[in-house]
Design a protein around this ligand. Structure first.
Ligand SMILES: Cc1cc2nc3c(=O)[nH]c(=O)nc-3n(C[C@H](O)[C@H](O)[C@H](O)COP(=O)(O)OP(=O)(O)OC[C@H]3O[C@@H](n4cnc5c(N)ncnc54)[C@H](O)[C@@H]3O)c2cc1C
Length: 429
């Protein structure tokens, strides 16, 4: 990838102390935290708006951020909830943890602008110039052409680990036995639904099974997954399932979108023709992009394991916490495996999961931190990813100039995060 770019021929479009690539839940929180901690910060995002899967993937609602009845993720995540609430975009009449994705785009803009994050939207990472264990500059492709961006510390918020992989970091993909990743899902919304008349989920699933048996629907998912939203008469579907596709391959992604839209047409027809409450409903929105649950995982100084999650392990360098279950949608077809933590428990995410082996000035902010397939299936949910992002941004700002991000002392980082309002095990939990 990077070999194809003649970096010396590129105009330098921007320089910053901290360069974050990808403005999803992880990258957004990293950029805001880095800027708030005093670093000159640039955030590069391929779309014209921020939010990643939360907006472009139409993913909703926020999965749990509590353990034992107490919030274990606070800090920036809590500030985002407050801001959403102020805009009337937080919590629905039937789904308390639903948020309004359009208003989240505005909240993300606000937070970046207030913190002084320099934004570069409509810009895609196109190459990485790394040598001697450091990233010197990256190539960014936009309507302005191919340009270079220089930075001191880089943060990978792409979700897919593009920056890390192209810098030569060690990556893994999918489950151990065959490398298959969790399925993708194209989310959609139906409007003008008579929600009071929607049958119980078991009845919808019976109708769905019958439609699958008749061959009306060729979705391998075992049931219909629906959520309510912040709006009356609107229902959100997270129910298409595209297996055996690769989110880091353009051809595979193209096919995934097309297969997903075929499933979506079948689902919409099924809902309108067979499910009470949907007779007069219409397809209001298809997510701008298919939802990617899993792709690369960037191997770091510690690899968080499924056992760490399920045994709710704590670490001296814990910088974020999670309590969401190990939740693996079958990468090959039907079925979903859910394994929960002991009641009331939460696990720590060590700082070492954010520091890729062999690259001194790179941090990971998002679902692709160093973990195994099972741990990834838990830590990938948006509140946890936001906490990881806040920690990555804070660490990026704390890293001494020209030093390795490992020079950031974990204890000092934990204290700093507590100062920012985060919930950190052993300090402010
Ligand atoms: C179908 C599905 C259902 C889910 N359900 C839930 C749920 O109910 N609740 C929950 O809390 N979580 C859920 N999740 C998980 C959650 O949405 C994601 O794991 C989370 O958004 C990951 O955040 P991230 O910042 O790591 O990556 P992303 O959200 O993927 O953001 C990455 C950002 O980087 C940008 N980007 C990527 N590559 C480049 C590049 N090369 N150059 C420039 N920009 C780039 C993207 O445009 C995007 O803005 C679900 C995920 C999926 C796919």
């Amino acid at each position: 990838m990077s070999e194809a770019v003649d970096f010396d021929a590129l105009e330098v479009a921007a320089e910053a102390e901290v360069v974050v690539v990808g403005g999803g839940p992880g990258g957004l929180c990293a950029a805001v935290a880095a800027a708030e901690e005093g670093a000159d910060t640039l955030l590069i995002e391929r779309y014209g708006f921020l939010g990643g899967m939360a907006t472009a993937g139409l993913i909703n609602p926020f999965m749990t951020w509590h353990a034992g009845g107490k919030p274990i993720i606070r800090g920036l995540f809590e500030r985002i909830l407050d801001r959403l609430d102020g805009y009337g975009g937080w919590g629905g009449p039937r789904q308390g943890s639903a948020f309004d994705a359009e208003l989240l785009k505005l909240v993300a803009d606000d937070l970046c602008q207030e913190a002084g994050v320099r934004l570069r939207l409509h810009t895609m990472l196109a190459g990485v110039d790394a040598a001697g264990g450091r990233i010197e500059r990256i190539a960014a492709l936009s309507k302005s052409g191919l340009q270079a961006v220089r930075g001191e510390v880089f943060v990978d918020g792409t979700g897919d680990g593009d920056l890390a992989a192209w810098a030569g970091a060690e990556v893994e993909m999918g489950r151990e036995e065959d490398g298959l990743c969790q399925p993708m899902t194209l989310c959609f919304r139906m409007m003008n639904v008579d929600c009071d008349r929607i049958p119980p989920r078991a009845d919808i699933n019976e109708m769905y099974d019958a439609a699958r048996e008749r061959g009306d629907i060729d979705n391998p998912r075992e049931n219909v997954l629906l959520f309510f939203t912040t709006h009356e008469r609107e229902v959100h579907f997270n129910t298409t399932r595209i297996v055996r596709h690769d989110a880091t391959d353009a051809e595979s992604m193209t096919d995934a979108e097309l297969v997903a839209r075929r499933q979506l047409r079948q689902m919409v027809r099924f809902l309108r023709e067979q499910v009470p409450g949907f007779e007069d409903a219409w397809l209001a929105e298809i997510a701008p992009q298919i939802g990617v649950r899993e792709s690369r995982r960037v191997m770091g100084d510690y690899v968080l394991t499924t056992e760490d999650v399920l045994e709710a392990r704590k670490f001296e360098d814990g910088i974020a916490r999670g309590s969401y279950a190990v939740d693996i949608h079958n990468p090959a077809g039907t079925g979903t495996v859910i394994k929960r933590l002991p009641p009331g428990e939460a696990y720590d995410i060590p700082y070492r999961c954010l520091t890729p082996r062999g690259i001194g000035n790179l941090l990971i902010a998002g679902r692709c931190i160093s973990s195994d397939h099972g741990a990834h299936s838990s830590l990938r949910v948006m509140p946890i990813v936001m906490a990881i992002g806040e920690a990555a941004g804070c660490a990026a700002a704390m890293a001494p100039p020209a030093a390795d991000v490992r020079a950031v002392e974990a204890g000092a980082l934990r204290e700093r995060l507590v100062g920012r309002g985060a919930s950190i095990y052993g300090l402010a939990d």
